[in-house]
Design a protein around this ligand. Structure first.
Ligand code: SF4
Length: 359
């Protein structure tokens, strides 16, 4: 499976947990976006693996999103994956929001999602934009009135126990078709540490048990998942013989690439780019497909470390023991990456953020 992440419009927020380098970026020109989709289709025609692409970070903020969506729906060899996640800011500030939404719906892209980080003040603090909570909720209400499906991703942090009622009131107001419970993973790129003060612990998951049940979630399973994603559990597992090098040699099975607003094509998901393959508009599709096919898979961030720089497992266990043992990181590999960050183990990820994003 090969995935291309096409960044056409930057993002209206600068979330502290963002692992795809969201934030304000220059927009891709409408003509370029359509041409890039055509070029991706031509590359996919030369690939043996199944290929698909997404439009990220906040495509609904692009002035010409209508024709970009038309082009995305009109490919022959590459499939457009509409994930529908948005901050809502891009669409809700547009005068033509009804026409834009209708364009999505006309192609059958009728499911959309927003992420909620807590009550209004906490949400805006985490996504680093005042008014973002109101825009997300207004977006949710808007798409529901137009007959679209709404999913809400609750990104659980350590303030959820004290903000339960406020969050429940938001859910009552939105009446979403589906609610996800999500935890941001730790990634070894430059934004990685910003979310640390918000991470939940196993204890928070236990306190939220009854509340999870009210959301029709299996609280026992969620608490167990939290335990299995904690620092202490990962250290214990490493101690019991799961060597670091074995973990990093496991097959990845998927390849991620990113296309930036300047049309440069990179190996690696956005935020975790390693090599630039050139300007997508000028690439020979056959040669590009060959190069992509020959590149190693990079599904998880383990692909961005050189095996030769990995520390001995014992050193990593010592580093993990210096971290709060009950902290939950979303999955076991992300705990390992957090430990490697504590040891300052270098990655091959390029830092492509603009000055504005860095501040
Ligand atoms: S997490 Fe998503 S919404 Fe937030 S800055 Fe990153 S891309 Fe944008």
């Amino acid at each position: 499976m090969i995935n291309f992440d096409l960044l056409v419009a930057g993002c209206d927020t600068r979330c502290k947990h963002c692992y795809v380098n969201g934030g304000p970026l220059p927009r891709m020109k409408g003509d370029d976006a359509v041409l890039c989709i055509e070029r991706l289709d031509a590359i996919a025609a030369n690939l043996l693996d199944e290929a698909y692409f997404t439009l990220d970070h906040e495509p609904m903020g692009h002035p010409e999103i209508g024709r970009v969506i038309d082009a995305a729906a009109d490919t022959k060899h590459i499939r457009y994956h509409h994930h529908g996640m948005t901050t809502g800011v891009g669409l809700m500030r547009r005068d033509d929001r009804e026409a834009v939404l209708d364009r999505y719906l006309s192609h059958g892209f009728d499911s959309f999602g927003i992420t909620i980080h807590g009550g209004e003040a906490l949400h805006d603090e985490i996504v680093r934009r005042k008014g973002a909570f109101s825009a997300s909720v207004a977006f949710g209400e808007f798409v529901k009135t137009r007959g679209a499906e709404l999913e809400v991703s609750l990104m659980v942090n350590r303030f959820f126990p004290e903000q339960r009622e406020e969050i429940s009131a938001t859910l009552d107001r939105l009446n979403p078709d589906f609610v996800y419970i999500a935890l941001p993973i730790f990634t070894p790129h430059k934004n990685g540490m910003d979310y640390e003060p918000y991470r939940m612990s196993i204890r928070d998951a236990e306190v939220l048990g009854e509340w999870f049940r009210a959301l029709r979630k299996d609280d026992a399973e969620l608490i167990e998942r939290a335990r299995e994603s904690s620092v202490g559990f990962a250290a214990e597992k490493l101690q019991n013989g799961r060597g670091l090098k074995i973990l990093f040699s496991e097959p990845q099975g998927e390849k991620y690439l990113a296309v930036h607003p300047d049309c440069l094509l990179y190996m690696g998901n956005s935020g975790a780019e390693t090599d630039c393959l050139g300007d997508l508009r000028d690439l020979d599709p056959e040669a590009a497909a060959k190069r992509i096919s020959e590149a190693p898979d990079n599904r998880d961030y383990g692909a961005f470390y050189d095996q030769s720089v990995l520390p001995e497992t014992e050193r990593l266990i010592e580093a993990l023991k210096t971290l709060p043992q009950e902290t939950v990181y979303g999955d076991e590999p992300s705990v390992i990456y957090r430990g490697l960050a504590a040891l300052n183990v270098p990655t091959r990820i390029l830092d492509l953020r603009s000055e504005q994003q860095r501040q």
